[in-house]
Structures are given as C-alpha cells and as structure tokens.
Design a binder for this molecule. Structure first.
Ligand SMILES: Cc1ncc(COP(=O)(O)O)c(C=O)c1O
Length: 400
C-alpha cells in the first residue's frame, strides 16, 4: 500500500479557526435568535469597489469575443498587471516586472515558497504568529523553532543569538496588529545578511500602514534584495478575498547555493518551477487587480481601508477607556487585547460569547505566547463594531 505523507497527520485541525466556528455554531444552535456580533473573522465586510467591478465586467466580455479572448500563457501574471505593480508599488525601488509573480493568494504563496529551500533549512517563526506558516512547515516536514514575543517589548521581536535559515516576518502583523518600524526591520536584514538567512516577508496589510516610520516595502532597506522575498495580496486591500489575487517579489539579487556550491539565481529558478506547476491566475481577476490602480478606483479603495482603520480606532479607544491593554490597530486591521483578570484566551472567548454574544479569536490559536490575549478584527461592519463596544462598555462600566 502507498504510504501517506505522515506530516499531514501532525496538522492540528483542518483549519484551526474551525474550533472557533464550531463553538459559535453550537452556541447558535442552543440559543436561536441571539444576535451574535462577530469580531473574529479576518474576512472583509465591504464589497469590491464599483470601478473594479466595471473593469472585471469588461474582462468577462473580452473572453466571450474571439478577437480578445485570452487563454493560457501568462504563467507569472499578465504584463499589464506586473507593470502596473512595478509603477505603483515599487516606484523608486528599482524592482522590475520580471521580479514580480502574480498568484492566487498569499496563503498559497507563503507556503509554496518553501519548495525553494532544502529540507534541512531551519525555519523560525515568531510566537505568536499567523498559523499558516507553521502548517506549511509541518506539511513539508521541516524543523521549526519559535522565537517568543513579549508584551514588555510591545511584541517587537528580539534578534536571536542562534542561527536560523528561514524567517517569516509578518508586518503589519496578523494577529498582533502592530508593524515593525524601519530601524527594527533593518536589524533583521543585517541578521539575515550575517547569517545567510532568507526573510519571507508577509506584507499583505501594507495598505493599512499609516505610521511614517513603517516602510511600505522591505526593499526600502539597503541589502534587503539580497535576503528577502516580499508577499502582498489584493485580499484585504481591495476585498478580493473571494476572487483571489496576490503577488510576490523574488529579486534578481537573491542567490542560493546549489550543487557544488554554485550560486543560483532564485528568480530564474522559480520561473522554471512556476511554469512546471502553475498556469497563471485568472485573467478577469488580474484585470480587476489592475483596475485597483486606476485613478478613479484609488479613492474608492482608500475609503474602504479608512473605514476599517476607523473601526480599529473606535475599538482601541473604547477598550482603553475601560482600562484594557490594547496593541495594534494603527497600521493593521487587528487589535491584540489582553484578557481581563488574567483569564486564558479560551476562558475569555467563552465569556464574551456566552455573556455578551461577541465572537473574537482566542490568542492561543496563534501560539502559546498568545494565551491571555484575544484578537479583535476591525474588518467587520461599523454597526457590528459599534454595537460590540457598546455591549462591552455596558458590562464593564458597572465594574469600574
Ligand atoms: C498575515 C496574512 N497572510 C496571508 C493571508 C492570506 O491572504 P490571501 O487571501 O491573499 O491568501 C492572510 C489572511 O488573512 C493574513 O492575515
């Protein structure tokens, strides 16, 4: 009999967020008619903006016309989108179209990229961190080590003494809602250069950055092109969670040692891998992604991002007025909140669900160091956000 990839059995559940989902479904079944407010989901609540929808409609019609029909061919993405990304996102950073890969989601991209590296390459994850990196490492049978993050450091990671080969950095961070300023990221680039490491830089929340000291791309830091791969997505920026479009940058300067210690250009190699395994992202969706950069679309998209950032501000102010300890929310649509009375994440999750009918994500889902915290999403509608805070205020104001 064919043997299984037993690494798959090491995955905790099909999707750890399902634990939350199951608890919520059970609660709903037992308490029909209750108005549950969901601040847990990481999905967006606002639709795709009108300018983008119009361009996607046009793209649909193009595919129905023999003269404009498009089929296979754009393995790394259509030139119109890659060129637009270079112009709009990497202007002045000297990134070229050939270094951009268009894909179907950063979840897929940040785990697929592991195919590039030898199985023995030691992977380093922050604890807490976005759990998909861990699952990708587990499936591919890798050794994973964790670097703990501490509240007293405001969850800014400490540069490790030991040597790690692959380091995932998510900034702005899900779940922490914080973003690393340039001086902190610079330390990681220096570390990677000194240790021959690769930084896998998950920058899907880039469009939420508001602080001047937070770089919009890791390539703003000298030397980063030699050691970092950057990932970005249209999911949260443009409500593409349901239609899937992402991109990542593999700079030409990035080289690894191959057979006989020969220096290999990773970008060229990944092109071969991409042709072998991927037939390109959907044309209609790429047209939509391209349209997000049209002058008419920009203010529409900015309004959506501001809406979520205003939600975040509202949540932060409401909770801080009740003496909660709150992190994040200024450069990302997430808030990382300390539970009350030293309660565990799950106990506090249960309390909020049962007493206030509010759903959040228990912090321990993102790693042991996430216990005694919850993650609150600012991606819900304003109504749900405001009503949730009203319920929390009403409960705690009695206590104060
Ligand atoms: C940090 C982080 N990376 C990646 C993703 C997945 O992005 P995509 O929808 O492009 O797969 C998410 C989605 O929640 C995320 O929070």
């Amino acid at each position: 009999m064919v043997k299984l990839n037993n690494n798959l059995l090491k995955l905790e559940t099909e999707d750890i967020f399902m634990n939350v989902g199951e608890k919520v479904s059970e609660y709903k079944k037992e308490n029909p008619g209750v108005n549950l407010l969901n601040l847990g989901v990481g999905d967006v609540s606002l639709p795709i903006v009108p300018t983008v929808i119009k361009e996607m409609e046009k793209a649909v019609l193009e595919l129905g016309n023999g003269k404009t029909f498009k089929g296979y061919g754009a393995y790394y993405g259509h030139d119109f989108l890659r060129e637009k990304i270079v112009e709009e996102e990497y202007n002045s950073l000297n990134i070229t179209k050939d270094e951009i890969y268009i894909s179907i989601g950063t979840k897929t991209d940040t785990t697929n990229i592991l195919e590039l590296f030898d199985k023995k390459a030691k992977m380093c994850l922050f604890n807490p961190s976005y759990p998909i990196y861990r699952d990708g490492g587990i499936i591919s049978g890798r050794e994973i080590e964790y670097l703990e993050l501490y509240e007293e450091d405001n969850f800014i990671p400490r540069i490790p003494k030991g040597k790690y080969d692959l380091i995932y950095i998510c900034s702005p961070s899900n779940p922490l809602g914080i973003a690393l300023p340039k001086n902190e990221l610079k330390k990681w680039i220096e570390y990677a250069i000194a240790n021959d490491s690769i930084i896998l830089y998950d920058n899907v929340y880039e469009s939420f950055i508001t602080s001047d000291d937070v770089p919009h791309s890791i390539y703003e830091i000298d030397g980063a092109k030699r050691v970092a791969i950057e990932f970005r997505s249209f999911s949260k920026r443009a409500s593409f969670t349901g239609i899937r479009c992402s991109y990542y940058v593999i700079p030409n300067e990035l080289h690894l040692k191959g057979l006989d210690s020969k220096s290999i250009n990773i970008n060229e190699l990944w092109k071969k891998r991409t042709i072998a395994k991927f037939n390109g992202a959907d044309y209609i969706v790429q047209k939509g992604a391209w349209a997000t950069y049209l002058e008419q679309a920009k203010p529409e998209i900015r309004a959506n991002i501001n809406y979520y950032l205003e939600n975040a501000k509202y949540i932060k102010e409401a909770l801080e007025s009740l003496s909660f300890k709150v992190f994040g929310g200024e450069n990302a649509p997430f808030l990382w909140v300390k539970t009350r009375n030293n309660m565990s994440s799950w106990a506090y999750f249960d309390f909020l669900l049962n007493e206030l009918n509010i759903v959040v994500i228990p912090g321990c889902i993102f790693g042991k160091k996430g216990d005694k915290y919850i993650r609150i999403s600012a991606l819900a509608t304003r109504e749900v956000t405001v009503e949730s805070m009203e319920r929390i205020k009403e409960y705690y104001e009695k206590e104060l």
